[in-house]
Design a protein around this ligand. Structure first.
Ligand code: DAT
Ligand code: MG
Length: 151
């Protein structure tokens, strides 16, 4: 029986700055389990789908360009309350409003370069899961593939 899952993604700035191992270590030490991981460069279309909820906002075009500007590390982490607590570990959207000890609080300054993405609700996760049927999401495939056996 699987516990709760969260989609966590190290964005291009986090990868470029060499923060992959630190971020993975934080989730591991907390006690969460890495059940899927994939490195990819999101297409603009995939980035737009990922951030569909922000379509129409002034920062949307930049956001999509940024996310598709280089490799990201897309991960699925499993464990008790991983969606909510994962967000606690990540910190606030604006790194300057994030407490020290959080990922964004420790490593960032700019909202547009805030290092990492984390699902904000189990519902969001489910929505991304269903997105599988009309597009090319990286997450659901990953979950389905990796939950079929030990990793
Ligand atoms: P979060 O990533 O904390 O879930 P969000 O879903 O509100 O934040 O926004 C998604 C991303 O969009 C966020 O990580 C960075 C960018 N963003 C949000 N608000 C912004 C703003 N006011 N100006 C520039 N970029 C913004
Ligand atoms: Mg969000």
């Amino acid at each position: 029986e699987r516990e709760e899952l969260s989609f966590i993604m190290i964005k291009p700035d986090g990868v470029q700055r060499g923060l992959i191992s630190d971020i993975i270590a934080r989730f591991e030490r907390k006690g969460y389990k890495l059940v899927g991981i994939k490195v990819l460069v999101p297409t603009q279309a995939l980035a737009a789908k990922h951030y569909a909820e922000h379509d129409g906002k002034p920062f949307f075009p930049k956001l999509v360009n940024f996310l598709s500007s280089g490799p990201v590390v897309a991960m699925v982490w499993e464990g008790k309350s991983v969606v909510k607590y994962g967000r606690t570990m990540i910190g606030a959207t604006n790194p300057l409003a994030s407490s020290p000890g959080t990922i964004r609080g420790d490593y960032g300054i700019d909202t547009g370069r805030n290092i990492i993405h984390g699902s904000d609700s189990v519902e969001a996760l489910a929505a991304k899961h269903y997105a599988e049927h009309d597009g090319k999401p990286f997450f659901p495939k990953l979950v389905n593939f990796l939950s079929s056996g030990p990793v």
